[in-house]
Design a protein around this ligand. Structure first.
Ligand code: THU
Length: 129
């Protein structure tokens, strides 16, 4: 599977975003070790604070379906500037996905590529417990 397939899946997932409060729709697509794609979108609600980002929805869906090893994640928003994962998502992606490739894109093109290790240097994880 190419990175562009993953971005296309993230764009599709973004259409389902529940973003009535911010109107900022995000889609994510996580690629498992065996090449399956698990998608997520951001989900906001009336308390605001219980909002769940697209990346964590994708990761929690994948974990709940038994997936444990991951290669890459694509994240899509409708912005010119790249939308990198928030701090909470970096932590969860790191703990469950390790040093993933992170592909950022908007509706028209790819806007950036990073490793999660670059985005979350000096992480706290189970090695430190
Ligand atoms: N959001 C994501 O889903 N992922 C990101 O990487 C950045 C932010 C969501 C959370 C909230 O629903 C909206 O975007 C605005 O912050």
């Amino acid at each position: 599977m190419s990175g562009s397939d993953l971005v296309i899946a993230a764009r599709e997932a973004r259409r389902f975003a529940c973003a009535d409060f911010s109107s900022f729709k995000v889609g994510a697509a996580l690629e498992t070790q065996d090449g399956q794609i698990v998608t997520g979108c951001n989900i906001e609600n009336a308390t605001y604070g219980l909002t769940m980002c697209a990346e964590r929805v994708a990761m929690f869906k994948a974990l709940s379906e038994g997936h444990r090893v991951f290669r890459r994640i694509a994240i899509v928003a409708d912005t010119e500037a790249p939308t990198p994962p928030c701090g909470a998502c970096r932590q969860i992606l790191w703990e469950f996905g390790g040093d993933l490739e992170v592909i950022l894109a908007n509706l028209a093109r790819e806007t950036g590529r990073h490793t999660l290790g670059e985005l979350l240097p000096h992480p706290f994880d189970t090695r430190l417990l």
